[in-house]
Design a protein around this ligand. Sequence first.
Ligand code: GLA
Length: 378
Amino acid sequence: MIEDFRKLYPGGLEPRFYRAPGRVNLIGEHTDYNLGFVLPIALDMACYVACAPSADGCIHVHSLDRKEGFAFDAEVLKARPRRDWTDYVIGVAQGLAQRGVKIRPMNIALHSDVPEGSGLSSSAALEVSSAFALLDGREFDKIEIAKLCQQAEIEFVGMPCGIMDQYISVFGRKNRAIEIDCRSLENRTVPLPGDVAIIAVNSMVKHELASSAYAERVNECLAAVKLIQRKHPEVESLRDAKLEYLDEGGMTGILEKRARHIITENERVEQFLTASERGELVEMGKLFVGSHRSMQFDYEITCEEIDFLVDAALGIDGVYGARMTGGGFGGCTVNLVEPGKASAFGEAITRAYKSRWGVDAPVFRCVPSEGAGAVERL
Ligand code: GLA
């Protein structure tokens, strides 16, 4: 990246480098904005930034992948969304400024190898790496970085997401999954059994409706909480609800299904952690499948291609379990596979997907990596 940076900003100062990773969530889907539990890992795929102070009073940002750039000035508090990728960067700059951080003139170059629209959190990687570039070594509370990046996505980009993606991008740990309590925002690092490979398969499907359907689910959960509160006023979010509350509230149809997914999914996170501690791979796999079916039939956020990938995976030798990961309506599945059978699994699932959908599905092994931070010269 250093050569690209020098070409983009000739005669300027030499850059420093930061990275912020994408993620795969192992289990606990759509539980974050219901203040429940999630269990993501940070990936080695990341968004990288090169940055150095500039002299002309502006913040210049160039995407090496898009081959386009833009500039803004320190008056970022007045900026309005443009409805494109620049909103992730400006939204974060605005969040920092709102917290009293002086936005200094800078030259920034970005490059990401987190595939967009794949459910691997390319947007959180962009937000968090932008925050690191704009801070450029200044002390700032890490949890505040995660929160202001989430706020940028909700308020500036307009996607009412939870905290998981930004949190794991900041707090990821090498060889560990992170259980996040999305109410207290505390976390626990979790070693995974050594005798299982985590394999992601990208369906290459990106549905237009993903973000409107996401917002619809957020609202359905809030509506379910309102009904439950009639009898159980202490319930602040679906995290506090129990399955038996659903009948009592006279809840039927869609809201009941949505609430059931969240309540059972939170339970599955805890069960998965117990099974993982005991090295019970078969049980971990069953919980994966339970999570997927719950997303398929109760939360209704999967799609045909993704369901196909899960069903096909379950018929392949050495697979303990498979489920969709991320926001839904496409993106990736995550699979728990016997390590010795991982490459045969990759070949079999690609072949099956290609013959059904005519599309090559990229397969990759997920190794938990470090969260965001400074890196050596790139
Ligand atoms: C997206 C959101 C997250 C989370 C997941 C679903 O990735 O950004 O906050 O809600 O979907 O678990």
